[in-house]
Design a protein around this ligand. Structure first.
Ligand SMILES: [Zn+2]
Length: 382
């Protein structure tokens, strides 16, 4: 659960070889009336600032312009339904960009650095994890991508299934049994098609789980048709009667996703609390968490909001420190200032560690602002 693996993320966490330049761009691509996109003027202004800063380095300016051109092209192509924000990344050693679309607008921003600036993107993905929501009855289904407060229809299908024969009438015995069997076969066929569609859109790196909506009995039958790897990912089953046009279903699915996220957050904090009381298999605070990550002890990482704190990272052995270090205490190499929050998160993601994010407005708090559940049940110092 909540293992954040996003397409392209491992590449983004990676640094370019040598002294390369990475341009990270966040944009509000929501549709406006008129010709100028929302991101136009603010990004032009940011680009002017960058050119000013690089004024005595024509080579860097040339490289910046090359990447900026690719980024602008990508932003223009992202101007379509449901996409309100885009995070676009480019690097000196790339002739393409990695662009990630979002259903919320990002504040416009252009960052030029030696590595990708991922904080706004990571917060957005962690704050609003993506689920697949499947709404089905016995002959029609819809598949949504659900996030807190919103849902997007990905696919839908409807098949011919004969109605249940409720009238006793003159059809008795064998004939009625044949009709009932035919109906069951049609439903099974429909379920198999729905499963096939789900498999097509299910994207393990991106989706955190599956939410089922429908009547319990039907969902039980549908569940039985799901392959194990998908059945395993079901996080909730929500009773839902399919009646009428269902105009507000997107809102409802988005609401369900919000509730699931909240339940998950409370569950992980309760686990953390239980371990803190018992005094085992848990650690809190940035430096302790960094150590536990380096030792490969972390089972799950729980983050509060980014407080914008700096960290110092050795450019040789990559050791990370929460207090200023000019020379690495281990290998004596130079340390550089980094974004502590992004750096810890990047390490957790590189180690494929489960990550939970507790936003400031959730009313919940992470002990020590950052904490880790450890793999071993005994305390860290034993
Ligand atoms: Zn070092």
């Amino acid at each position: 659960m909540n293992i954040l693996r996003i397409h392209g993320l491992p590449v983004l966490l990676d640094r370019p070889q040598g002294k390369g330049m990475v341009v990270s761009c966040y944009a509000d691509t929501s549709v406006v009336e008129g010709f100028e996109p929302r991101w136009g003027p603010p990004l032009q202004q940011e680009a002017r600032e960058v050119r000013k800063r690089l004024a005595d380095d024509p080579e860097s300016i040339q490289e910046f312009e090359r990447q900026l051109k690719l980024i602008r092209e990508s932003l223009k192509s992202g101007d379509h339904g449901g996409v309100r924000g885009m995070a676009v990344f480019c690097r000196s050693d790339w002739d393409r960009v990695i662009a990630i679309e979002s259903d919320v607008a990002y504040p416009n921003r252009l960052v030029v650095d030696e590595e990708a600036y991922l904080v706004p993107f990571l917060i957005e993905e962690l704050e609003r994890p993506r689920y697949l929501a499947i709404l089905t009855d016995s002959h029609r289904g819809r598949i949504y991508e659900a996030r807190s407060g919103s849902a997007r229809l990905l696919d839908e299908l409807e098949e011919d299934v004969p109605r249940k024969n409720r009238s006793a009438g003159e059809r008795w015995g064998k004939q009625q049994a044949t009709i009932a069997r035919h109906r069951e076969e049609c439903i099974l066929h429909y379920f198999k098609d729905l499963v096939h569609r789900v498999e097509e859109v299910w994207d393990e790196p991106t989706h955190q789980g599956i939410i089922l909506l429908g009547e319990h009995e039907i969902l039980e039958n549908f569940r039985a048709e799901l392959p194990e790897r998908l059945a395993h990912k079901i996080v909730a089953e929500i009773p839902h009667a399919w009646a009428g046009e269902q105009p507000a279903i997107e809102d409802q699915v988005g609401q369900v996703a919000s509730e699931i996220v909240l339940v998950e957050r409370k569950k992980i904090l309760a686990d953390l609390d239980r371990r803190l009381q018992k005094g085992g298999a848990v650690t809190t605070g940035p430096q302790e968490v960094i150590q536990a990550l380096a030792n490969g002890q972390v089972q799950a990482l729980v983050f509060g909001p980014d407080l914008g704190e700096a960290g110092w990272r050795c450019d040789q052995c990559r050791s990370l420190f929460t207090t200023e270090e000019r020379a690495c205490p281990y290998c004596k190499s130079t340390c550089e200032r980094v974004d502590l929050w992004q750096e810890i998160l990047a390490r957790a993601l590189n180690h494929q560690v489960e990550v939970h994010y507790i936003p400031a407005d959730s009313g919940l708090r992470v002990p020590g602002e950052i904490a880790a559940l450890l793999l071993r049940e005994e305390p860290q110092w034993t």
